[in-house]
Ligand binder design. Structure first.
Ligand SMILES: Nc1ncnc2c1ncn2[C@@H]1O[C@H](COP(=O)(O)OP(=O)(O)OP(=O)(O)O)[C@@H](O)[C@H]1O
Length: 275
C-alpha cells in the first residue's frame, strides 16, 4: 500500500487544551513495499504518527493518503474495509487475558471473515497450521494452546507480532515491537517482520527505540523530534552527530559504549540502545 502524509498535524485525543500538538506539519511517503524505521526520543510523536497513518486518529490538519484515498472522506463501512487492509500493531497488544494464544493469533483474520465464520473460529480455530507457523517464527509454537494470561510480557508481545504475520494487510504500522524482548528475541522478531513484509510486498513502518537495530535492519530511517520531522534519510547517512542532535536533552535514551568512536560518520561504528 502506498502511504502518504502531507503537512499533517495532530493532537493526542487526551491532550490538554492549548498543549503543543503531538505532530506538526509532517510530510512523508512510503512506496508500496518500502520499509522504514521511525526513531526519536520519548514523546517525539512516533505512536501518534503511526495512529494517523493507520487512519485510527484523524489529523487536525493536513492530508493522509492510503493508496491515493483520503480515509477521512470515506463512509464508515468503506473506512472499516480500508482499515482491514492495514495493520496497526500497538506496543502492548490488547489480548483478552483468558483467551488461548491460538484464538488471539487467528483474530488477525477476523476482518476478512464473515460473521458466522468468525464466531465459529472462537470455538473451532480455522487455521491451526497457519497459527503454528506464525508462532514458530517467534519461537513460541509450544504456546499455541496456552492461555494469554499465563504468558510473560515478552511472550505476549511476540504473540502480537505473530498475529501481524497472519493479518491480510499490506501496510504494517508496528509500534515498538521489541520493547519487551531480550536482544536475541529482538533480533529474531525484527528479522521475521522485515523478511515477511518483504516477501509479501507489504509496506512496513516500525517505530523503534533500538537505534542500532533501526540502522542495521532498515535502509531508510525517519527521525522525529518534538512532533516534527527531524530527518528522513538512508540509514547510511544517519551519522552519530545527527543522532546526537535528534536525542539532544534525551541522552539517557541514547547510550553509546564509552570506548566507541562516535565522531566517525555512518551507522557502522555506532552501537546505540535506547532505554
Ligand atoms: N495519554 C496522553 N495524554 C495526553 N497527551 C498525550 C498522551 N500520550 C501522548 N501524549 C502527547 O502526545 C505527544 C506524542 O506522544 P507519542 O506517544 O506519540 O510519542 P512517542 O514518540 O511514541 O513516545 P514514546 O517513545 O515514549 O512511546 C506527547 O509528547 C504528549 O504531548
Amino acid at each position: 500500500m502506498h502511504l502518504s502524509l502531507s503537512q499533517v498535524s495532530a493532537a493526542h485525543p487526551a491532550a490538554r487544551r492549548g498543549a503543543a500538538p503531538a505532530l506538526r506539519g509532517i510530510t512523508l511517503s512510503l512506496r508500496p513495499g518500502e520499509q522504514a524505521a521511525l526513531i526519536g526520543p520519548s514523546g517525539a510523536g512516533k505512536t501518534t504518527l503511526l495512529q494517523v497513518a493507520a487512519a485510527a486518529l484523524r489529523p487536525a490538519s493536513g492530508r493522509v493518503d492510503l493508496d491515493g484515498i483520503d480515509p477521512w472522506t470515506l463512509p464508515v463501512r468503506a473506512l472499516q474495509r480500508l482499515r482491514g487492509r492495514l495493520l496497526l500493531a500497538p506496543q502492548v497488544p490488547p489480548l483478552p487475558p483468558r483467551q488461548r494464544v491460538i484464538t488471539s493469533v487467528l483474530a488477525a483474520r477476523l476482518p476478512a471473515m464473515g460473521f458466522w465464520t468468525s464466531l465459529r473460529s472462537l470455538f473451532y480455530p480455522v487455521d491451526i497450521p497457519g497459527a503454528h507457523a506464525a508462532l514458530e517464527r517467534f519461537d513460541l509454537a509450544e504456546k499455541l494452546f496456552e492461555r494469554v494470561d499465563r504468558l510473560s510480557g515478552g511472550e505476549r508481545q511476540r504473540v502480537g507480532l505473530a498475529r501481524a504475520l497472519l493479518a491480510p494487510a499490506n501496510l504494517w504500522l508496528v509500534d515498538e515491537p521489541l520493547s519487551a524482548l531480550d536482544p536475541r528475541r529482538a533480533e529474531q522478531a525484527i528479522d521475521a517482520l522485515v523478511d515477511e513484509a518483504r516477501a509479501r510486498g507489504a509496506t512496513l513502518l516500525a517505530s523503534l527505540h533500538q537505534v542500532d537495530v533501526a540502522l542495521a535492519r532498515f535502509t531508510r530511517v525517519i527521525g522525529l523530534r518534538d512532533g516534527a520531522l527531524f530527518f528522513d534519510l538512508p540509514a547510511a547517512e544517519v551519522t552519530a552527530e545527527r543522532l546526537r542532535q535528534l536525542y539532544a536533552q534525551h541522552e539517557d535514551e541514547l547510550r553509546a559504549p564509552a570506548a566507541q568512536d562516535t565522531s566517525a560518520p555512518g551507522p557502522k561504528p555506532v552501537v546505540m540502545h535506547c532505554r
